[in-house]
Design a binder for this molecule. Structure first.
Ligand code: GDP
Length: 336
């Protein structure tokens, strides 16, 4: 009789939690592929894997980064990542880009991005999962953060494009949210979305090498704009200027990050931020799961076409139709 097959997920988990090196990187890549799968059996295995690695997660600093296309995000991450691995850190780069379902490519899919960092053995770069809604893509990225942490990456950078709602999603899964701006940003403050500015824990004016004077002006304008924004905490939001291309300013940037991290850890805000994020994440997933189950419920599916017709014809109020459908789903579920 053949010996029992070893459980492939146990082997993957052991390699993921094992020593750094190519087998670990391959295991991490495989584990992320598993959590990105939409197959039900894969989902169950992914949940078991997350349970197994959870005690080893949480140990990284999670840095969110956003900015319009062309602002220099990948150049910045390449420079920052190389600076950090040079200091002995292990750096993982993930992305949230729901538009990757449309264009076929993703913001990190282009192999020419982060050329040196992508081949560095202390770095791990993963493109945004393709397809799905923002909620779905964000969920995979949140879970990928946990896997990267379990594999010992101490800095996880989550990148997103400065369009749409994805910035809020990334700010909601990271310890610090950094907004990259161009040197002319200050000339048109109206164009800077107020909501996004409010999310920023640090603003960086990139490409300062192109026009140092413009960058300095932008820095002053954005600093004063932040004073007028929302909650008091923004009065302390720092604005830096640097050049990702020339690599100047990375030590100063990292000092600002470290200062922020220390202040937040000492004051307990960091732990509170993560707890609030976890709770929001759980509820977001509950809502998504409820919606999906509701839509798939046989009684709801049977009643929906007629009720929708009645609604369109004005024979039933929207709120009444909603209540009837909810009753169908939940009373049927509660019946013995
Ligand atoms: P992303 O779309 O935000 O990822 O931007 P990229 O990193 O691809 O950069 C867009 C272009 O700006 C590229 O041609 C970069 O070489 C250039 N770039 C990025 N950072 C700087 C910088 O600090 N100074 C200058 N002069 N160019 C930069």
């Amino acid at each position: 009789m053949a010996a029992a097959e070893p459980d492939p997920d146990a082997a993957m988990c052991a390699r993921l939690l094992g020593p750094a090196g190519p087998p670990q990187r391959r295991a991490l890549a495989k584990a992320i592929t598993l959590i990105e799968s939409t197959r039900q059996d894969h989902r169950l295995r992914a949940d078991a894997l997350l349970d197994a690695v959870l005690p080893r997660s949480g140990g990284s600093f999670r840095l969110g980064l956003s900015g319009v296309p062309g602002v220099g995000k990948s150049t910045f991450i390449e420079a920052l990542g190389l600076f950090l691995v040079g200091q002995g850190h292990r750096v993982a780069v993930l992305a949230v880009d729901p538009s990757s379902s449309l264009g076929g490519g993703s913001i990190l899919g282009d192999k020419t991005r982060m050329e040196q960092l992508s081949v560095h053995e202390q770095a791990f770069i993963r493109p945004s999962p393709a397809g799905g809604t923002l909620g779905g893509v964000a969920e995979k990225t949140r879970e990928s953060i946990l896997l990267c942490e379990a594999a010992g990456y101490d800095t996880v950078i989550v990148e997103t494009v400065g369009v749409g709602q994805s910035e809020a999603a990334v700010a909601g899964m990271t310890d610090m949210f950094v907004l990259l701006q161009l040197p002319n940003a200050g000339d048109d403050l109206q164009a800077i979305k107020k909501g996004v500015m409010e999310l920023a824990d640090l603003v960086v004016i990139n490409k300062a090498d192109l026009d140092e004077a413009a960058a300095t002006r932008a820095r002053a304008q954005i600093t004063s704009a932040l004073r007028w924004l929302g909650p008091h905490s923004h009065a302390a939001t720092q604005v830096l200027q640097l050049s990702a291309l020339k690599g100047t300013g990375m030590p100063g940037f990292w000092r600002a990050v470290t200062d922020f991290r220390e202040r937040q850890s000492d004051g307990g805000q960091l732990a509170a931020r993560r707890q609030a994020q976890d709770q929001a994440w759980m509820w977001e997933r509950i809502e998504a799961g409820l919606r999906q189950r509701f839509q798939q419920h046989p009684a709801v599916r049977a009643a929906l076409p007629a009720l929708t017709r009645d609604l369109r014809a004005g024979h039933v109020a929207a709120s009444v139709a909603a209540r009837r459908l909810l009753d169908l789903a939940f009373q049927a579920a509660a019946a013995p």
